[in-house]
Structure formats: C-alpha cells, structure tokens
Design a protein around this ligand. Structure first.
Ligand SMILES: Nc1ncnc2c1ncn2[C@@H]1O[C@H](COP(=O)(O)OP(=O)(O)OP(=O)(O)O)[C@@H](O)[C@H]1O
Length: 648
C-alpha cells in the first residue's frame, strides 16, 4: 500500500494554492483545512488512517511535529513571502510590526533600507500569554499600526483592533515541501521493505531465534513459536511462556557466549546464547541437531566427492560367457546390500570395474567412491592416507592436519585394492575402524564417525596369508562377508571375440576415430583363444591398443597378431630364437625354470624401458602392483640367498 501524504493548511489560501500545485504537477497529496488545535486533530486522524508524512506551516506545524507521531514537513516562509506581505502592509499602516518565530523575523534588519516604512520585529512563539503581551506592547508603546504575521498573529491583531496582513507561503515553498515529503516517504518505504525482508527471513529461518530483555520475551521468531506451539510470546515473562529448559539455558551463568544441547518443544537443539551488549538483553539461537548432522554430512560428502567418483557401471563389463554373466549377476545382487565385499581374482580381471559398478548400483551411488591401493604406498604413508592425521602429528605433517580416505569416503564406498599387501600394524587399525565405524586421526584424540561401505580386492591367496600370519584372521572375516571371484580370461575363452571387438572399437573411438576403423579377421580368434593371457583383460586391452595404433589399413589379421606377439617379450609367447629387444642380454638357458624365464623377461623389459615400471608393466600386460610385488619378492629371495639382484 503506497504511503499517504497529508497537507494540513492553517488558512484557506494555502489550501487553495496547494490544490493548484498538486493539479499542476500531478502530485497526490490530501489537503485538509485546520489551524492550531483543529489542525492537530485533523493531522492525528490522518495518521490513524495511514498518513506517513504530514505537511503544515507555522504554529500548526510546530504542534503537529510534537503530537502527530510521524515526520512533519514545514512549508518554509521565504524572504519573498515576507516582502510580499510587507508591501501590502505598507498600504495600510505607517509603522509595521512583523511578528513571528525567529525564522520569520531574522534578516528583517537587512530588508529595512529597501522598505518605505519603518518595521518593528516582534518575536513571539504562538498564542501564549507572553506572545500576546509582546504584541500589545508593540501596538501600545511602539506605535505599531499594522501587524504582519501568520494566522495566529492575524487573529490576535484583530482582537487588538489593529489591521493585519497574513504572510502567505508562495507556491514554490508548497511544491518544495511536497518534494521533501515525497523523499521521506521513499526513504520510509525502502526501510519498510528492508524490515519486511528481514522479518520474513528471520521468521523463515530454520533456526529458532529468541531475544530476552531481562526476564521478558522481546522477540521470538515463527520457527521457535511453532516448536513451542504458541502464536506469540512478545512482552510476556519468559518463565510464563517458554519451556523451562530454554529459560534455564538463557539464565545460566556464566554470562557471555555459551552453548549446549537442550530439548525445546520436542526438538533436540544445539543452543547458543549471545549477550547483546545491553544490560540483561540476550539472544538465543537454536539449531536442530538433526539439521546440523545432515548439513555436516552434505559438507563431508561434497568435499569427499572431489575426485572420488566411480565411473564404471555393470554395462562396462563385457563378455557373454556364463561365467562372466554369473559374476555380474552376483555383483548386482550384492549392490543392494550394505555388507563388505571381497573380490578375489587375478590381475586385470576387472576387480576395480566390479567394485565401481557395485557402488554405482548401490544406494550409496550419490556418495563418494574412494579407491586406495594398499600395495602401492609405503607403510607409513598408507596409514596416514587411510586414517588422516592431526596438526603436528609427525615431522612434515601438513598444517591443520589432513582427513584420511575413510573420512573422505563418508556416505559412500571405500575400495581397498590389494588388501593382502596391507602391513600388520595398519591391518590392526583397519580392523578397529571397520568394527567401530569411527576413525581417529594419527596424533588425534577425537573420534570421527564414518559411514562407509568396504569393498576389498586381492589377487593373493588371502586365507593362506592368514595361516602364515601375514594377514589378521579377524580382519579377514570382517572383509570376507560377500565374496566374488572374477574369472581369468583363459577360463572363459568364448568371451575373447566379443571383448576384442568391443575393446578395439572403444580404443579406436578414444583416439577420436583417427585412421581406418579396425576390422578383425575372425580367423585369428582361435589363436587369441589359445593364448594364456596372464594379464587377462588388461593385456587384451593393451593388445587392442597396439593394434589400433599400428594397423594402418584397419585390417587386423594373422600378420598383425604375430607382430604383436613378437613385440611382447613375455616368456610364454616369445620363441627362443626371437629377436632381442633393444639393449637386451642373452636368452635364458634351456633348463631354466618358468620363474627364471619370467624374471629374465621382466629384466629385459625394464632395460628396454629404462627402469620405467609403469611402461614395463603396461607392455608386459600386468598391473604395476603385480610387477612391484614380483620385484620385491625376487629382491627378498636374492637377499636371503646371499647375492643381490638389482631389478629396480
Ligand atoms: N569384463 C570386462 N569387460 C571390459 N573391460 C574389462 C573387463 N574386465 C576388465 N576390463 C578392463 O581391464 C582393465 C583392468 O581392469 P581392472 O583394473 O578392474 O582389473 P583388476 O582386476 O582390478 O586388476 P589389478 O588386480 O591388476 O588391479 C580395465 O581397463 C578394465 O576396463
């Protein structure tokens, strides 16, 4: 509703001039006629009916300013208005008294030289006794024979029997006063908008807000009123309308900021009290514990999702064999549960793809998927990566500490790859986390609850590790709740044609379709199906990558496959007379064991790649971890046999 402006005109000419100004400038101002007490009565009624600003003049204006309760703009008396009145008065008297407030008579002395008649200033403040006495004295003692002033002067002058001239405000002064009133209205509207917005925001806040002044409720927002089932509380003694728990919390010593968890109208709340600086005024902010926990979950989830996302789904697992389908069907079933999963299988058989797919098909799909390779990190680093650390936990620790992967996996899944490689002291800590579902950072004392599903994977005989004391039995049973066995490629040879075709197409597409689209000659499938595939699908993938990169015409036949087999330095594919890779040594002796041959092949490959483990593992078709494990094993064997083999 627009705010109303009302002009109270103490005399008729002013009302008429104001109407003309409004008409001429299109101003919307209500004009009422009434002077002094009558003007005040009209003004107060206008305010009661919604007037936001009043305009008036002289004594009426003064009274309104004291009593109306809204801003009152004065129509100023300008020097021109006074001059106009004096000119008229000079025609009616020989000595003129100008009566009014100081603002009217100030500056009169400067006008004297240009006036034809003498002028006497009479300072009055209205229609009081003193003002009347001064007017009388001017007429009686100073020879004033005509009075100039506002309506009250004119009335009193008439009683004294002296001719009077009213100082009338010009239209410019009226227009200026209306503009000033409009500025005030605009400012008040803007203020009202801010107040309404603030009020709505405070009422709609999820938190309950309470301000107490001494023992009385100064303010309670809608949220709090709803919790305690009241329409209002303002002005009531706190103990009369608020739950005792809230009053006790607000009253309790020590003064200043304090917080606690309390129950308010059935809501468990985190309460904070702030002193507002003024004597006895306190503000209490109540947040529902449930909401804080949910917000915390969201924050943790948001942070955790940074980079920890599962990309694969079950659609990414190719292979029409019954064995493959059975594994996928079992995994889909496991995805619906929240129990730990242990995936057992050779390298490159899709254990991580399965883990990601299970996560993406589970109710935790929107949470993070955090993968960690337990074999790829040095012992100490693995521990701090998994569980995090507090500030100053050890030399070189990041300032402010660091959350561990378990914390980052909150609300989602953690994939512990190569779980069999976890050192025993980390296993013990891992067991505690899985049992208690909470982590304690290294060097820390507080426990952090974590809601994480665990999927572990291994290509090691884990149960044998348990028997050899290398893996904790209790941890084994914690992890081995639902078991999945991936099937090596050589045991599902019927998958090889489809896998090869799909991988070829996928890799060609990944290279943005550069070169001819690969077309494979079905005659070579029997050769691929005869092959041992120690690196499983990863090795098949590497082969396809090689073929896409090298088969210029796109046609893949026997020659291309032989080329790839020759390119590989694997012992079970490389013929004894195979041409040596650049920088290689002699072939192993005829009576060498399979392990000797494997070691020979790995050494040749590492020489070939200049010690680059990643590239060597890729070309050999095994994972980097498998390669690393083999090297560690051979080094340990060499150590115990008393001679060193530098394979790294
Ligand atoms: N059935 C499958 N269909 C399509 N691609 C597959 C399949 N199995 C594995 N792969 C691909 O093979 C590669 C290796 O898979 P993954 O990393 O899941 O194996 P892994 O068993 O975890 O290996 P490792 O034990 O060496 O870590 C990936 O690029 C994956 O996409």
């Amino acid at each position: 509703m627009p705010m109303k402006i009302v002009l109270i005109a103490p005399y008729e000419n002013l009302a008429r001039d104001a109407e003309e100004v409004c008409r001429a400038y299109g101003e919307r101002v209500e004009i009422l006629l009434g002077r002094m007490e009558e003007g005040v009565r009209l003004g107060r009624r206008a305010v009661a009916e919604g007037a936001a600003v009043l305009i008036s003049r002289g004594g009426t204006c003064l009274r309104l300013a004291e009593q109306a309760g809204v801003p009152v703009v004065e129509i100023a008396v300008t020097a021109y208005d006074v001059l106009r009145a004096l000119t008229r008065a000079a025609e009616r008297g020989k000595r003129i008294g100008v009566a009014g407030f100081t603002n009217v008579i100030d500056g009169l002395a400067e006008l004297r030289p240009i006036l034809r008649v003498p002028v006497v200033p009479i300072e009055i403040t209205g229609e009081d006794e003193e003002s009347r006495r001064r007017l009388e004295a001017a007429v009686r003692d100073e020879g004033v024979d005509c009075l100039v002033g506002d309506t009250s002067v004119v009335m009193q002058g008439a009683n004294l029997g002296v001719p009077c001239v009213l100082i009338e405000s010009g239209k410019t002064a009226i227009w200026s006063a209306i503009q000033e009133a409009k500025r005030i209205v605009a400012a008040r509207m803007a203020e009202r908008r801010v107040q309404t917005t603030l009020r709505t925001a405070i009422d709609r806040a999820n938190q309950g807000l309470l301000v107490l002044d001494g023992g009385t409720v100064a303010f309670a927002n809608r949220t709090l009123l709803a919790w305690i089932g009241r329409d209002t509380c303002a002005g009531l003694p706190a103990r009369q309308c608020l739950p005792p728990s809230l009053c006790d919390f607000a009253d309790a010593a020590p003064e200043g900021h304090r917080s606690d968890v309390i129950r308010v109208g059935g809501q468990l709340c985190f309460a904070e009290r702030h002193c507002l600086g003024e004597e006895g005024r306190v503000m209490v902010v109540l947040s529902r514990v449930e909401e804080i926990e949910s917000a915390e979950r969201q924050v943790r989830q948001k942070r955790a999702m940074g980079g920890h996302v599962a990309h694969y789904t079950f659609d990414d697992l190719y292979g029409p064999s019954r064995a493959m389908r059975a594994v996928v069907a079992r995994a889909i079933h496991f995805a619906q549960t929240d129990s730990s999963v242990l995936i057992v299988g050779e390298t490159g058989t899709g254990k991580e793809v399965l883990a990601q797919s299970i996560h993406n098909a589970s109710p935790r799909a929107r949470g993070p998927f955090v993968a960690v390779n337990c074999a790829a990190l040095p012992d100490q680093l693995l521990e701090s990566e998994l569980f995090g650390y507090e500030d100053g936990a050890f030399t070189g620790a990041r300032r402010g500490g660091k959350p561990g992967l378990f914390e980052l996996a909150h609300g989602g899944t953690i994939f512990l790859d190569e779980i069999g490689e976890t050192p025993l002291h980390v296993q013990q800590r891992l067991l505690r986390v899985l049992q208690e579902r909470q982590v304690m950072r290294i060097g820390g004392e507080r426990v952090i609850p974590v809601d994480v599903r665990v999927i572990a994977a291994t290509n090691q005989p884990l149960w044998q590790f348990v028997q050899e004391g290398k893996f904790r039995k209790d941890l084994f049973f914690r992890i081995d709740v639902l078991r999945l066995h991936t099937v090596p490629l050589r045991e599902r040879r019927e998958d090889i044609p489809e896998l090869t075709e799909r991988l070829l197409h996928q890799l060609w597409y990944k290279r943005k379709g550069v070169g001819a689209r690969p077309r494979i000659d079905p005659a070579i499938y029997p050769i691929l199906q005869d092959y041992h595939w120690p690196g499983n699908v990863r090795e098949l993938q590497n082969m396809c990558d090689y073929l896409v990169a090298t088969a210029g015409s796109g046609r893949i036949g026997m020659a291309e496959i032989l080329d790839w087999l020759e390119h590989k330095a694997l012992p079970d594919t490389a013929p004894k007379e195979a041409p040596a890779a650049p920088g290689t040594g002699e072939v192993p002796p005829v009576d060498a064991t399979l392990e000797d041959v494997e070691r020979w092949a790995v050494e040749r490959m590492l020489q070939h790649t200049g010690g680059d483990l990643t590239r060597a593992a890729q070309t050999l078709g095994i994972s980097r971890t498998t390669l690393w494990r083999k090297l560690k094993q051979w080094q340990a064997d060499a150590g115990s046999a008393g001679h060193g083999t530098n394979l790294a």
